[in-house]
Write a protein of this length. Structure first.
Length: 145
């Protein structure tokens, strides 16, 4: 398996508002930058989209160290998702899971592609070089009004 390090981030100017996502992928000496955005979205949707787009860019099963500053995404995929699925995509309070479309896509990418993913939370805007680059890419992706 190829070892890949990924940093992801999302940004939103208003919540909801125009938003962007960014991802930095590293495998050995190779680097790839990805970014994009939507005119009306939320920060959580952009955080999820960044991870989805990064994992979708991988062409074969990889050993991934994924760094993100979103506890929403990290806890969602590592803790909350099995219970949501067991309850028919409902929260513990029996409300529909927000961003279900993106959670379903992320679930498929994580579990059906054969990746070995290690999730790492980093504090945003704290000087971590990879996180700072992902943040800059996410801001690059925000559509101009």
């Amino acid at each position: 398996m190829t070892d890949v390090t990924i940093y992801t981030d999302g940004a939103c100017k208003g919540n909801p508002g125009p938003g962007g996502w960014g991802a930095l992928l590293r495998a050995g000496r190779a680097e790839k930058e990805l970014w994009g955005g939507e005119p009306l979205t939320t920060n959580n949707r952009m955080e999820l989209t960044a991870v989805i787009e990064a994992l979708a860019a991988l062409k074969r099963p990889c050993r991934v160290h994924l760094y993100l500053d979103s506890e929403y995404v990290r806890k969602g995929i590592t803790e909350w998702l099995p219970a949501w699925k067991a309850r028919g995509w409902k929260t513990a309070g029996r409300k529909p899971v927000k961003n279900e479309d993106l959670w379903r896509r992320l679930d498929e990418l994580v579990h059906a592609r054969g990746h070995e993913i290690h999730w790492h939370w980093v504090r945003g805007h704290s000087g971590d070089a990879g996180n700072e680059r992902a943040d800059a890419l996410a801001n690059r992706g925000v559509p101009v009004r």
